[in-house]
Design a protein around this ligand. Structure first.
Ligand code: UT7
Length: 330
């Protein structure tokens, strides 16, 4: 029996209003606009209002994706939120989103896959829809990483931003939707990118706060090397699973971490930048939210049309990676 084809029925994103530019950061950390732009391509990032938490951003992106897909919240069978900056350790951010949306029928859970989270979330949604158990699944990538950095730490403080992106997945016409997927992890690189304290290994204490254990710690250059290699390799594996090559892609939507990482991966793939979606200049790295935000913007800008094949690819803490090849069906 043929498996059901699973596609994206609608997308949405929500970016907090407040913009923090590199010039603003010059006031709090030893850096310069010129350094940040030349090393990362980032010009500004969005920052959530004090009363906004990850679930608020996620719910708004979810509302917009539901509207775009013409699906009611009550029709949702499942909500998956990919995040590493949840409102709290528990309950899950997905449960808070379920309540905000009024998605009474939906099961809800979070996944912690850092920047690869949206691809992992899509793959989970695909399994449930393929088997026929569920019809409509909302996958959200949402982060408020501004709460887990310090604007006097130049190693990570200039990289990250807040935002949320979402997609409604459901059955689509045969031959359309998700054509190929690739996911992987290498936990031996767990130390390279982490928030060390606040969990069971190092519970929150006065000392953990003093030692800055609750903000992101990163070995930037090691993550950089890993990212360049794995993004291209993963995208190629997903293309192979779909029986396609880079020449078949109308657009590639990579994780928006650093323009130099994107450029190097694109070069390895033998592609040109005109086929690559980039918004890292405006939003910085929004981790799990980055791919669905960029996908939603690309869709709204008309960067691809029905019948086009697009690629999504990302990497992140864990270490993790993931790619998806999608024949756009709406
Ligand atoms: O979603 C995954 C998340 N993580 C990533 O994607 C991170 C990947 N890594 C990177 O994007 C880059 O490694 C960084 C942007 C973090 C750093 O860029 P880099 O080109 O690897 O710089 P570096 O760490 O090798 O530092 C070069 C110099 C150093 O000075 P010296 O030792 O050469 O005198 C740093 O101290 O630049 C200095 N530096 C800075 N200067 C001004 C490091 N950060 C800054 C800064 N402003 N913000």
């Amino acid at each position: 029996m043929n498996k059901r084809a699973v596609g994206i029925l609608g997308t949405g994103s929500y970016m907090p209003e407040r913009i923090v530019t590199n010039k603003d950061l010059e006031k709090t950390m030893e850096t310069s606009d010129e350094w940040i732009v030349s090393r990362t391509g980032i010009g500004a990032r969005r920052v959530a209002a004090p009363e906004e938490a990850t679930s608020d951003l996620a719910a708004e992106a979810g509302r917009r994706a539901l509207l775009d897909a013409n699906v009611n919240a009550e029709e949702l069978d499942l909500i998956i939120v990919a995040t590493v900056s949840p409102d709290m350790a528990f309950p899950s951010t997905a449960c808070l989103v379920q309540a905000q949306l009024g998605a009474k029928r939906a099961a809800a859970f979070d996944i912690s896959v850092a920047c690869s989270g949206f691809i992992y979330g899509m793959s989970i949604a695909q399994q449930f829809i393929q088997t026929g158990l569920y019809q409509k699944v909302l996958v959200v990538g949402a982060e408020t990483l501004s709460r887990f950095i310090s604007w006097d730490d130049r190693k990570t403080g200039m990289l990250f931003g807040d935002g949320a992106g979402a997609a409604v997945l459901g059955e689509t016409a045969e031959g359309f939707g998700i054509l190929g997927l690739d996911m992987g992890a290498d936990g031996s690189g767990a130390e390279l990118l982490k928030i060390p304290a606040g969990g069971s290994r190092e519970p929150a204490s006065l000392a953990s706060v003093k030692e800055r254990g609750h903000i992101i710690h990163m070995d930037g250059s090691e993550v950089f090397k890993f990212a360049v290699k794995v993004m291209g390799e993963s995208a190629l594996r997903a293309l192979e699973a779909a029986g396609l090559t880079t020449a078949d892609l109308a657009l590639l939507v990579p994780h928006q971490a650093n323009i130099r990482i994107i450029q190097s991966a694109v070069k390895r793939l033998g592609m040109t930048m005109d086929k690559i979606m980039v918004n890292v200049d405006r939003y910085g790295n929004t981790s799990a939210a980055s791919i669905p935000i960029a996908l939603d913007e690309a869709a709204k800008q008309g960067r691809f049309k029905t019948g086009d094949t697009i690629g999504l690819c990302g990497f992140g803490a864990g270490l993790t990676w993931g790619s998806a090849i999608i024949k756009w069906s709406r």
